[in-house]
Ligand binder design. Structure first.
Ligand SMILES: Cc1cc2nc3c(=O)[nH]c(=O)nc-3n(C[C@H](O)[C@H](O)[C@H](O)COP(=O)(O)O)c2cc1C
Length: 367
């Protein structure tokens, strides 16, 4: 059972009915930072800097993750394109894909120079392309190598080095195997594990099927928290509401939202007040759109096309009157090569005309 301290303490205390846990293994109070209580999952081709800028306008505290960036892309590719981000995005973690300790250490160092708050290693992606590079989920079969990668990155940087992993792969799906993996990797300096609570089939299922067919098994993640109380355990997979986040926080240190937040970013609107005790005024959806405009102007001047930003905004009015008109206008108009902020304002006008104007309670209903 996890007690939840009130803001402004940046820590929560883990304990039974008392303030702290007393077991044979742990005799002192355990302090886990609150910084990852709610996070948005990394998603290739989605959680780019435009997406993260938008999400940060909705929640100041939810931890954001980049898309996975491979070591090759950083070391041989257009580094700025992959790594640059806006100051407002903090706290933001860089997710790396790779399995070569020296290359990962170098990329972690570069990521730190760019100002990231955390380096996260992907041990969960099951795609063929990733497997052929010998990284992602197939690394679960090589805990010693993952440990070497973590140790090398830890030696190179002063910020947290974390892992996002599945609960198993193929036939390697017992709790004991997961426990051994976590034991080995944590012994090398990883103190934070994001657990996507599904196993992955490396053969026979594509990545999309691997996110739906293997059943969710939160108990493995919760058990890790009980067995490794000093580690920070963040649960991911199938979490679709803030009530479900609250439920996860009864068993683990944080919850990471994936598809639910991509499709319906307004899900994050209550996160600061509910989970970080920061009760600032929540902007309306319309205000968030207007706050995006200077950013969009700046990006257009840099040569970014409008559609690359607005695609993340399509779900902003999800479930609200006028949502369809909003989506349709942006989808049809933002793709023109000269499209500018007038397209966004016209789309907003359509939503507001549909009776959805600046209702401060628009975020309600996600509880
Ligand atoms: C299209 C797509 C791309 C993804 N790309 C990544 C990625 O780059 N790195 C990663 O660790 N997970 C990636 N994931 C997995 C998500 O981070 C998350 O673990 C998964 O969607 C389960 O969470 P959910 O059920 O809340 O969506 C991706 C998921 C989707 C849908």
């Amino acid at each position: 059972m996890i007690g939840i301290n009130n803001w402004p303490s940046p820590y929560q205390t883990i304990g039974g009915t008392g303030d702290f846990l007393k077991t044979a293994r742990v005799e002192k109070p355990i302090y886990i930072p609150m910084t990852r209580r709610v996070a948005v999952a990394p998603r290739l081709d989605w959680t780019d800097r435009h997406c993260r800028y938008l999400l940060r306008l909705i929640s100041r505290h939810a931890r954001l993750y980049t898309e996975m960036v491979t070591t090759g892309a950083i070391l041989q590719g257009d580094r700025d394109r992959h790594l640059s981000f806006h100051d407002s995005e903090h706290p933001v973690a860089l997710q790396l894909g790779g399995s070569e300790p020296r290359a990962l250490a170098e990329c972690a160092r570069i990521g730190t120079d760019y100002g990231y708050d955390e380096i996260n290693l992907n041990v969960g992606c099951p795609s063929d392309r990733v497997q052929s590079g010998r990284f992602g989920a197939c690394l679960m079969a090589e805990p010693a190598l993952v440990g070497d990668c973590i140790a090398a990155m830890r030696a190179a940087v002063g910020i947290p080095v974390t892992v996002k992993t599945r609960i198993g792969i193929d036939d390697m799906d017992s709790y004991e195997e997961l426990q051994r993996f976590v034991e080995t990797v944590s012994a090398n300096g990883c103190e934070v594990f994001v657990i996507h609570a599904r196993k992955a089939y490396l053969q026979g299922l594509n990545p999309k099927e691997n996110r739906t067919i293997p059943p969710l098994n939160y108990e493995y993640a919760w058990r890790l928290k009980r067995d490794f109380p000093l580690l920070e355990i963040i649960v991911n997979g199938g979490i679709t509401s803030l009530d479900e986040v609250a439920e996860q926080l009864q068993h683990a240190d944080g919850a990471m939202l994936g598809r639910a937040a991509y499709h319906d970013p307004w899900l994050l609107a209550d996160v600061d007040g509910r989970f970080f005790s920061d009760h600032h005024a929540i902007p309306t959806r319309g205000e968030v759109v207007r706050q995006m405009l200077p950013y969009i102007e700046m990006e257009l001047k840099r040569g970014t096309q409008l559609k690359h930003i607005t695609r993340h905004m399509l779900g902003l009015f999800q479930g609200q009157p006028g949502a369809r008109q909003w989506r349709r206008h942006l989808s049809e108009q933002a793709y023109r090569s000269a499209a500018g902020t007038d397209v966004v304002l016209a789309a907003l006008h359509k939503v507001e005309s549909a009776g959805n104007i600046n209702n401060g309670n628009c975020h309600a209903g996600h509880g």
